[in-house]
Design a protein around this ligand. Sequence first.
Ligand SMILES: NC(=O)c1ccc[n+]([C@@H]2O[C@H](COP(=O)([O-])OP(=O)(O)OC[C@H]3O[C@@H](n4cnc5c(N)ncnc54)[C@H](OP(=O)(O)O)[C@@H]3O)[C@@H](O)[C@H]2O)c1
Length: 270
Amino acid sequence: MASMKEQTVVITGASSGIGEELAVALAARGARVVLAARDEVALHRVRERCERAGGRALVVPTDVGEPEACRLLVARALEVFGGIDALVNNAGVTMRGFFEEVTDLSLFERLMRVNYLGSVYCTHHALPHLKARRGLLVAVSSLTGKCGVPGRSGYAATKHAMQGFFDSLRIELRGSGVDVLVVCPGFVATPIRARALGPDGTVGHGDIFEVKGKRIMDAATCAALILRAMERRERELLMIPVPRVMLALRALLPGVVDRIASRMMEPKQR
Ligand SMILES: NC(=O)c1ccc[n+]([C@@H]2O[C@H](COP(=O)([O-])OP(=O)(O)OC[C@H]3O[C@@H](n4cnc5c(N)ncnc54)[C@H](OP(=O)(O)O)[C@@H]3O)[C@@H](O)[C@H]2O)c1
């Protein structure tokens, strides 16, 4: 198992939810964490938590949808900590709404820009430095990166894109010493659903789905699982057992998998 002590880890989407809890967990292991997101006030709150947990933390306000901001994020991490051992591409935004209800098509571009292109930009700039340290690339995808789900078409597309990109990169990096971990959480209790972009491209209309209590994992547990997979340098982390069965079933009975995916998302209204 690789120790995270004294390792420099850049985390995008560190101002909230899974990214925040992962930053604090890494700091508690003695890592130096570089905290990236847009909300600077929230990032400083997370920095204080990381420092109280025993690690060093650097705040770098970043919009991952901007290629230049991603370059500057990597440059700042190098300037302050001298190298990068891991990059966690975690920043993400989701949507709610059926495709036929969408009135603002720029929604699809915005989702792709943050979830997929943001990961590509950060990875591009960090990769030479990760190679120098035989480091680790982490992509926080989703189970929607493995199969389609209703009401999240644009989001699922971004996560499929991430999955394809990082699976390809893993093969290209074989022998380089850089490992690639793709993480697929299930339902995690974070503000992501409350911040979902609606069919008109605006935020703040709540979700159209109910997620039943016992299917929701808390963010700290999710972060602990990611941290363990990072230490073990695993290639993939699927967080709930059902999908493994679903994925195995998919080649044989794709219609059954569609029905299971549909039932996992229980609409409040349609
Ligand atoms: N929660 C779940 O059930 C679940 C399930 C599967 C996968 N995931 C994935 O887990 C990751 C983390 O999500 P979460 O659940 O922890 O949600 P969250 O609490 O809403 O966190 C999302 C993070 O992404 C950041 N972000 C959004 N747009 C950004 C941008 N343009 N540039 C930089 N940062 C940006 C947000 O910070 P700012 O607003 O400050 O920029 C925030 O820190 C996402 O990739 C999500 O798709 C979540």
